[in-house]
Design a protein around this ligand. Sequence first.
Ligand code: SF4
Length: 685
Amino acid sequence: MKRASTICPYCGTGCNIYLTSKNGRVTGVYPSQHNDINSAKLCVKGWNIPEFIAHADRLKKPLIRKNGKLAECEWEEALDFTAQRLLNIKTKYSPDTIAIIGSARCTNEELYLTQKFARAVIGTNNVDHCARICHAPTVTGLIASLGSGGMTNPIEDIKNAKTILLIGGNPFEAHPIIAGHMIDAVDNKTELIVADPRRTRLCDFAQMHLPLRPGSDLALINAMAKVIVDEDLVDKAFIKNHTEKYEEFKESLKNFSLEEAQSITGIAKEEIIAAARKYATCKPSSIIYTLGITEHYTGTANVRALANLTLLTGNIGKPGTGINPLRGQNNVQGGCDMGVAPFILPGYAPIASLCENKSDMEAIKKHEAVCRVPFSLQEGLMTPQMIESALNGDIKAMWVMGEDLLTTEANANKTQKAFESLDFLAVSDLFLTPTAQMADVVFPACSFAEKEGTFTNTERRVQRINKAIEPLGESKSDLEIITLLSLKMNYIMKYNNCEEVFEEMKSLTPQYAGITYNELESQRGIQWPCLQEGSKGTPILHSKGIARGKGEFCFSEYIEPKETPDEQFPFYLSTGRILFHYNCGSMSGRTTRLAREFSENFVMIHPADARRLGIEEHDEVVVSTRRGEITVRAKITDETAPGLLWMPINFYKSRTNLLTNDAMDEKSGVSEVKVCAAAIKRSKK
Ligand code: SF4
């Protein structure tokens, strides 16, 4: 029996685990006993990791499309074919007709090479990853307000907060170990305010639940800011020394009343006042949020509005405070840090103007020197723009690594049509996902258990992963696939091991500059920024002053969601995650104990609505929106509010994203998957 120390491949909490293995198979998993994240604990997904690794559906040989069907082939043939197609398209059209999607389940080293492949081998900034469908507004919004896009305080610091404002997040289902930290804090007298349209499980532990109307977050947060300013609950010294544009912001708050906020949000103004007072006076106060804030047409404005609250009250840069976005996939923080985005390089150096900055020419020159080629300064396309461009013929080829865009992108029918329009689609994955089924070439990638490298969790902690078993079948790591394909395209990426990739990456990524593999092992991870070797990293951001110099107040007026209920579609539809499944479900859906809890998609409906429509528990119902319809089972529960339907996004066999709205937040590119208008009726079957 062997034992490897590694990191859970599911959510961004980054729980420390050991995998045991025997004869090339992972036989078990258990949590590390002593660490700041999950000492001796795992959630149900973590405990059930081993099964998907060796699942019979794992791809073990490359596939290539012949006569319309995917058939097994040798690696040489798959790589030669892909290289030839990409080179032909690049030459015939231009590098900017090719787009690359990286995976938030890849290591930092692989993600660094993903963007290097796009920029140095293809010659385009058309590179993106799944942050576009989750926390892109966090990166854009927090960088603009504070100068850094990461979670400000560590997970273990949650216990130091006297008040927690949890808004647009359901950690009980999506980040269970972090929910445990919050419940421990409440046990120690922390006051918890939950703002969520649904009565989520943490409401049972909260002092206040604000069941706001879907998509009205901005009105609620602005109203809280107004109360804090009007009642003079602000931290005057902090505002004077550490912020700018306060007077403009204060003026903007005069343009609406609490009565208006009440009518928009559905929350009584007395409740809004009480929540604002608690956040501003029962300090230190921490804000924790997830996709209920970001996945909106106003996602970036929502994030900046939350940053305003921290700046008004000085709840930042100290223990128990901060603005804390919980990242979804295990290495989505790393994906952002590594510059797998169309307008930033590793370390967030801007390559174009979307972050309201100019290109950082010094950083670009450094990358060009290491990569030995000039970089394009043309801003690349974000994922929804790639989809749009594929539809209109401007994108001809895509390589999608480890993501199932057909399940995870809003308005899935549109994504499907976009893939059908491509001249060439390559996919790397563990399984033949709906996206892989559309590919011309499929590369069998290996799982986290079969590779070395680093992941960066939601609290910016860079952690080592170690190989437990050799790659199954002929599967290869994404690092190997990228370097082999580069070679076929006449660009040499030569590394003897992944530590050499890490060393190259950190020479170009200031936040990682002081991190070494040795230190990562001995310190159980390091939180960036870690600017020089020997530093212990930075558990709390902005503790020595706001990263951008001064925090910038920014007022955005409330705008209602792109779709609201009407006669034809009389319900709000919102979406999210469930405890037993993860992302597109390709791994959790192939795990018996997880699948038996929830084996199929469902829709939550309030008992009063169900009664009115003659729907009974477990009935087959048709849920429809302007983009499509699906048939699922009804789950009748007062967890959801009257007039609100709620569906999970985790089932690739019944895709909720066939229904969701791809209306895009222009600043960040995120789609408004959290709210659209929908109808529901009993199925005739
Ligand atoms: Fe894995 Fe997240 Fe569960 Fe921890 S909380 S065991 S990281 S899924």
